[in-house]
Design a protein around this ligand. Sequence first.
Ligand SMILES: Nc1ncnc2c1ncn2[C@@H]1O[C@H](COP(=O)(O)OP(=O)(O)OP(=O)(O)O)[C@@H](O)[C@H]1O
Length: 952
Amino acid sequence: MNKAGQMKVIVFRLATAIAIASSRTRLINIRCSTNVGPILLSANPYHDVGNPLTLSSTRSVPLAPQLRKIVQEAVRQQAETGYPQAIILSGTSGSGKTHCSMLLLRQLFAVAGGGPETDAFKHLAASFTVLRSLGSAKTSTNSESSRIGQFIEVQVTDGALYRTKIHCYFLDQTRVIRPLPNEKNYHIFYQMLAGLNAEECARLNLEGYSPANLRYLQNGDIRQDEHEDAARFQAWKACLGILGIPFLDVVRVLAAVLLLGNVQFVDGQGLEVEVTDDTELNAVANLLGVPPAQLFRGLTIRTHNARGQLIKSKCDANMSNMTRDSLAKALYCRTVATIVRRANSLKRLGSTLGTLSSDSNESVHNQAEVASQHASTIGGNAGSKSMAALNNAVRHATDGFIGILDMFGFEEPRPAQLEHLCINLCAETMQHFYNTHIFKSSVESCREEGIICDTEVDYVDNVPCIDLISSLRTGLLSMLDAECSVRGTAETYVSKIKVQHRNSARLEQRTLEPYDPRIFAIRHFAGRVEYDTTDFLDTNRDVVPDDLVSVFYKHTCNFGFATHLFGTELKALYAQENVPRGLSFRIAPTSHTDLLNGDEPVSTLTQDFHTRLDNLLRTLVHARPHFVRCIRSNTAEKAGVFDRGTVVRQIRALQVLETVNLMASGFPHRLRFKQFTARYRMLAPFRLLRRCEEKALEDCKLILDFALENPPELDGSVTLSWAPGKRHIFLSEGIRQHLENLRTEVRMKSATLIQATWRGWNLRKRLGTIRRSHDIKMVGAGMLTLNKSSATRPNAGNPTSNTNANATNTGTATRPRPQPIAGTPPPDPNEKCDSKIIAQTCTLFGLDLERPPPVPPSRSYTVTGNSKLGYPQTRLMKMNFPEDSAAATVGEQLRKGEAVTVTGASHRRGHLIVEHNGISLHVPFQYMELVKSSTSGSPSPPASTNAGAVNI
Ligand SMILES: Nc1ncnc2c1ncn2[C@@H]1O[C@H](COP(=O)(O)OP(=O)(O)OP(=O)(O)O)[C@@H](O)[C@H]1O
């Protein structure tokens, strides 16, 4: 190695040591997230082990500011550019991806979805609770491992969330029938056994069963916290209810799966196959609504199509047990797929099962759909059809989303199976996606545009490993398909791949003794994994025979939900005569419309997964990625334990140091000249900018010169470098951050200036009015005796005499002017309309601009029903007035029942003037009533009532 090479290694080791020391300090201080440029590193401190990792259960977990920032940034960028955003979580199993994804989703709802009190959030939370129990299990490294990969697509329009779609990737089917030693089956089974009450147990034929005596559970770890499991089961049941999914339908199928494991076939005498104990077979048949004899035949007889001739054969015990396992897997994964679809299409109980037979294994949360539930259940067919068309249209609108990707993390179980190969292919693909975005694109564009960068980023490209597994003809998965179609064996498969890839550095032999011809190893980006191919072919074929599927046809099966699980296959099967006719269907529900390829299913498990992964990548490449790299602190799930070796391996695998290196001194960012000037033009004086396309580069340079006039103080390893390319301006992370800080500062200052200027202008404009209102207040307080305008008016400055003068002029008593309501600011004349118009209107009506218009004079009549009654009127006193006789001077009290003469309306509101003994009394109208035959009132000409009329 030359000197430069040695230096590089030393620097690299030093950087690793520093990175590890700093992560350890952070972990101890429980500051578990940090940024490497725009990338977030999140360490799992295991402080929250035992959390079921649902939206509801992570409610009380505090959110790291860095996670909040990612969400805000994604929402902001989506709103500003309309470009889809994808938050991609990666890391090994147990590194906290699901934990983070739940926090991110909560935050996303808080920022753009109206928070956790919305219906959409509650339905989504219920869906996650239901799916977590069905899709998570204890593995050797994570007691809450997600066995369903998820891409949560939150669709946003105008910065507001309107729909959430969950794309699920369910791979780990073998766990249903055979969890690995020390691992567990799906959580729901343990929760169900702990949470069902005695009556439910009896109804489901599960009395007396526990993980210890159920074969599908007893292979793995059978320990359970019954109390916790029972509580989770109650929550699960409640959430099924929220989603409108029939609880009994689901638990019947789950109980049937558990009991199927105990149905044991053995070879009998001759060619016969027998069950050791038919109690469980009968119980399963009963739960699935089929006759036991039919189920037995479905499991033990196979129809073959020999050149058009249908031949039936009896299976041996081994084959029958395999068919039984296929049925268990099919029931489980189809139930999950149905629940995913059903839960998330938010149909209520009333909806028919047939409406849920879509092939897509994805779920949709839709505010519109929530609102439409009533319409679709209550309304007629036409209404629900148009609603379905609308929902369909919304479903296909894919732009404008913020996605959260929580896919499978790298796993190295012993022995690893086909599902683990797919899981690790997924992890490799995500790593490649990261490499391409962060390293490759930066290095290649520098090269293309002739930029020489001092820092060479040595990242490890994992394309050879992806090619080894998934290349079109010679990849391990294609060769597995080929081996399935020639009905080969595990040994022949392994020998073929070894020959084909003998030169590959990634494919290895088993290192440990004893040698096993069915085992091979792959050197993945995150470690070496040995795969045991014993079940590879069967798992990949993923088939269930039509002899078994036909048992669930409605003529023999009285359990609608079970028929629905195989609905598409049954439809295809019964489209022709001769059922069964030697066909095989996929165990997992396929996303293909064609179910069959001759007598074989149209795809295999790995083909299907590969296609779905490809589609996911197609979606992701159109989105702007935000990476969250998760790291677990130890393998024992212990809070606060920092296992150096474990962390170093992950830091290396995730290429954290290469990322740091690139961010510190490389050019990880590039912007087109025009884009750059558009974003940062405010950093240079406006007059100096050329602002034309040809001079865009000059503008960029000018902006950068101004930005670097006062460079920030940086840690030695971070540079503020930039370089002009042919089409782009290349920026280091340091200068990007500096530019962003300056931009924020300038924008803040500008916003403050704009606000201050507007406020000043607005205040100056209103100054006259404010002064006047101030003067009025002074008058009210008796502090001002005369002002300029009052000097020109008779009686001005003395409101009482002014009122009297008015009374003299008009000959009628005027009411006191309403006083302005305390605290109400005077109206701003310019706010509503032009002051000129107001002045003209006042002149027209002879009004004084300075004072409110006079209240119109009282009318000389009252209104009774539709007719008017003029004064004087005769009325009867309904009660004494005043009621307190002591308060009245002699002769002034009006007594109840006394007839009085009303001469007019009083200036007091709601009062009439009564002439009594030569005195005018102001009496509230409710003290008197009109004498029915009163004709003393002279009728008035018809006129509309106004404020002065008293309505009785
Ligand atoms: N930031 C965190 N703080 C506290 N505990 C955490 C944190 N992140 C994860 N955990 C805990 O660590 C465990 C593993 O986390 P999680 O299941 O999210 O990992 P994962 O990467 O999604 O694993 P898998 O790929 O197997 O699903 C869980 O018990 C979880 O509660």
